[in-house]
Design a protein. Structure first.
Length: 350
């Protein structure tokens, strides 16, 4: 299949291009598109055949449900059984934005889209191209991240093309993918709302609006054997080709541990990579050293993390070491992704 690549300017979105992209979805095809979190791989959420194609293009297990993207609040009632009060409150505060809410699905949403579940995950993205595209596509776009299953989510069109060229009908290339980590997922079907995937909307931000919110216990403990409630969270994810290890401890200890480890790999003819921060970066020695910005700047770290992992792949790095980024509330979302990318390999130096 030939994949058409459409470059869009977020300041001047071409209505003709949008109509063309929308028509692909309405005809049952797939279009990758930018959102403010990561690129999505979109298909018609109400068409079971489109969902089947999404799983096939990604190589994704079909028990891992897709998030349905909408552009307007009026669209929500059609795809859910009811809109709980908490959802209305959270939508007023955080939509459009990086928050996904799970509700009981209505009969129009096929089980192929929800991985066989009777619930549906819904998000309203804020990216201007995403919103206009969803409207042009008929209002309901099912979209997981636009990567081959298991790889880091793409935050630039370059990496969408790398994974999806020849597998889908169209890729929309635009700027404005600023957050860099996937949305927070909160399950609104229980008595107390529960976070199934941490993200930039934190537990504290949610509870300010709706009172008590819980965190899926399987996410809290790094070596937890509890099964996560979001089916997708149990799979290996975001992984670079090289072996990634996280090193946690006092800054000087971390620098000397990582440098020593890299030295040993280099002696064996291996290529090495490091993710550090402004505070430590000048002290590192490896083939590829990436600076995530200041240690206190969780936003900058999140924005660049997946790009770094992809760049290590591009540069043939075989062993990667990263500092731990337990910074503030958002640090939880970053560490959740980094630990998965590392297959939970973390070294505590103290
Ligand atoms: P992705 O779109 O690739 O970022 O992945 C979507 C995530 O949302 C996966 O971890 C899914 O397991 C999760 N998810 C989607 N729908 C549901 C649902 N109805 N119940 C629980 N988790 C869901
Ligand atoms: Mg994904």
């Amino acid at each position: 299949m030939e994949t058409k690549i459409l470059r869009m300017d977020i300041e001047h979105i071409s209505t003709e291009d949008l109509a063309q992209a929308g028509a692909v979805i309405r005809d049952g095809g797939l279009v990758a598109f930018p959102t403010e979190t990561v690129y999505g791989l979109g298909g018609d959420a109400l068409n079971p055949e489109s969902s089947r194609k999404i799983y096939a293009a990604k190589g994704r297990p079909s028990d891992n449900p897709l998030i349905v993207h909408i552009a307007d609040m009026e669209q929500l009632g059609y795809i859910v059984e009811e809109i709980p009060e908490g959802v209305e409150k959270l939508a007023l505060e955080f939509w459009p934005g990086p928050l996904t809410m799970i509700m009981k699905k209505s009969s129009v949403v096929p089980l192929q889209t929800t991985g066989g579940l009777d619930t549906v995950a819904v998000r309203m993205p804020s990216h201007p191209v995403a919103r206009e595209f969803i409207r042009a596509a008929g209002g309901y776009v099912a979209a997981p991240s636009a990567n081959i299953s298991g790889k880091p989510s793409p935050t630039t069109a370059k990496y969408v093309i790398q994974d999806m060229d020849g597998r889908i009908d169209m890729i929309i290339d635009a700027d404005g993918v600023e957050i860099g980590l996937e949305s927070t997922i909160v399950d609104m079907t229980g008595e107390v709302p529960m976070i199934l995937r941490p993200g930039f909307i934190t537990l504290e931000m949610l509870s300010k609006v709706i009172g008590p919110v819980e965190m899926d216990v399987a996410l809290l403990n790094i070596d937890s054997t509890a099964k996560p409630k979001a089916p997708g969270m149990k799979y290996r994810h975001y992984a670079p080709k090289g072996e990634l290890v996280i090193v946690e401890g006092e800054p000087e200890q971390v620098v000397s541990y990582i440098n020593q480890a890299c030295k040993e790999h280099v002696a064996q003819g291996k290529r090495t990579g490091i993710i550090g921060t402004q505070e430590s970066i000048s002290q590192y020695k490896a083939d590829c050293v990436k600076c995530a910005g200041s240690r206190a700047d969780a936003d900058a770290i999140a924005r660049q993390l997946y790009t770094f992992l992809r760049e290590f792949d591009d540069e043939g790095v075989e062993f990667i070491y990263s500092e731990a980024f337990d910074v503030g509330e958002k640090g939880q979302a970053i560490m959740n992704r980094l630990l998965k990318a590392a297959g939970h390999k973390i070294i505590f130096l103290n």
